[in-house]
Design a binder for this molecule. Structure first.
Ligand code: GDP
Length: 365
């Protein structure tokens, strides 16, 4: 399963946020594909469509979909040279599919800042630089090997040399790999390098609990937003402290608390949705009398693979997928009416599954 890593310098609020994640936590029993590991938190994906479908179909049970966050502790300046938990830290980042980079935007004189003062851009650059340096090393090593092959007029090596040189230039200018433009062919080569700075990233600005209502006046948040724009990244503003309080509440209490605070959606829910998107994930539904359920798929897969997410037999014996879009089903009000309106399609093996599809698989056993 795809996972997003939570990274950030010490004392920025990572553990507080991660605790909120595990407390809000989904029951891992419902999600056998998820990892059981103290550094992994499973979150359910909030989705109003699931509630709507539940009202419509009135099933015995409703099951949201879920995915994982991984807590990656231990980055300090010098990690790429093995400082702190350096190498371990980098290998953990290598294993995640996207990065949520937590940045301290709250003022609190009681909580030490590692570099002496709150300075989110310098914090971001510190971590990004460690990742860039680690990638520079990867690319330099590879360059030495490929240069030899290129001298022997090995065609593939010559093509790769181009890519490596371009990456090296970028790293020397302290730019991440994701900022470099490549052709489709070249992108495949880059993918094979498993670079840390190729991973997509979003920034989590952790503000003080009293600033949530008026985040625009927090100058640090503004700085992070400006920086993120240059990185083509999204910013989610949260107060980790508030999130850890919200995580202790159940559904109704949570809604009341949010209403009191005057915010429509918890920061954690916003973060979950944004990270889901960042990972390239989307949701399809199954809607039967027994169970209405949301399923996560990686964008770009076809109907048989989507069926395989439920059970490998569904993929092996796949015949067709009865498919209706969420909007068409809700418009129609019942599956029967949707059918009468011709909105329920029979899709075959080549069908590219779309976010919001409600699917029923037909298969041979
Ligand atoms: P980590 O080292 O990045 O995991 O940071 P922690 O989550 O352990 O937080 C460091 C300290 O900052 C703890 O004492 C937290 O209670 C505190 N902290 C985290 N978020 C906030 C916040 O929004 N406001 C305030 N005032 N303190 C916070």
């Amino acid at each position: 399963a795809l996972t997003a890593g939570i990274v950030g310098l010490p004392n920025v609020g990572k553990s507080t946020l991660f605790n909120a994640i595990t407390q809000a936590g989904a029951e891992s029993a419902n999600y056998p594909f998820c990892t059981i590991d103290p550094n992994v938190g499973i979150v359910e994906v909030p989705d109003v469509r699931l509630q709507k479908l539940t009202k419509l179909v009135k099933p015995k049970k409703t099951v949201p979909t879920a995915f994982e966050f991984t807590d990656i502790a231990g980055i300090v300046k010098g990690a790429s040279k093995g400082e702190g938990l350096g190498n371990q830290f980098l290998s953990h980042i290598r294993q995640v599919d996207a990065i949520c980079h937590v940045v301290r935007c709250f003022q609190d004189d009681n909580i030490t800042h590692v570099s002496g003062k709150v300075d989110p851009i310098s914090d971001i650059e510190t971590i990004n630089l460690e990742l860039i340096l680690a990638d520079l090393e990867t690319v330099s090593k590879r360059l030495q090997r490929v240069e030899k092959l290129a001298k022997q007029k090995d065609k593939e090596a010559v093509a790769e040399l181009d890519v490596l040189a371009k990456l090296k230039d970028a790293f020397e200018e302290e730019k991440p790999a994701r900022a470099v433009e490549f052709t489709e062919e070249q992108s495949k080569l880059v993918k094979g390098l498993h670079l840390l700075t190729s991973k997509s990233v979003l920034y989590v600005a952790n503000v003080g609990e009293d600033e949530l209502l008026d985040v625009d006046t927090n100058e640090y948040v503004q700085l992070v937003r400006d920086f993120a724009e240059t990185d083509g990244a999204k910013v989610i503003v949260i107060s980790a402290k508030v999130e850890s309080e919200i995580a202790e509440l159940d559904g109704e209490e949570k809604a009341e608390f949010l209403a009191e605070l005057g915010i429509p959606e918890s920061g954690l829910d916003q973060l979950i949705k944004a990270t889901y998107e960042l990972l390239g994930l989307a949701t399809y539904f199954t809607a039967g009398e027994q169970e209405v359920r949301a399923w996560t798929f990686k964008k770009g897969i076809k109907a048989p693979q989507a069926a395989g997410i439920i059970h490998s037999d569904f993929e092996k014996g796949f015949i067709r997928a009865e498919t209706v879009s969420y909007d068409d089903l809700v418009d129609a009000g019942t599956m029967q009416v949707a059918k009468e309106r011709g909105k329920v399609r029979l899709e075959g093996k080549e069908y590219l599954v779309k976010d919001g599809d409600v699917m029923h698989f037909r298969f041979n056993v």
